[in-house]
Write a protein that binds this ligand. Structure first.
Ligand code: SF4
Ligand code: SF4
Length: 58
């Protein structure tokens, strides 16, 4: 899963829905640990601002 930091409103919703704990909320941004991500898509659906996208959709 790819992430557009400029679109992120920093609400933290995506962090709690990720089943693989691949999203990390730091003081100023979300970090995507792609090694742990299996592209389940949960973060894409939960994000109110559409900050996540998969490479296939570009
Ligand atoms: S696609 Fe799934 S596993 Fe990957 S970051 Fe989003 S919620 Fe986590
Ligand atoms: S759900 Fe979207 S807006 Fe909220 S912290 Fe995650 S990426 Fe940012």
């Amino acid at each position: 899963m790819k992430f557009n930091a400029e679109m992120c409103g920093y609400c933290g919703a995506c962090v709690s829905v990720c089943p693989n704990n691949s999203l990390e909320l730091t003081e100023s941004k979300i970090i995507v640990n792609e090694n742990k991500c299996d592209d389940c898509g949960r973060c894409t659906f939960i994000c109110p601002l559409g900050a996540f996208y998969s490479e296939e959709k570009i």
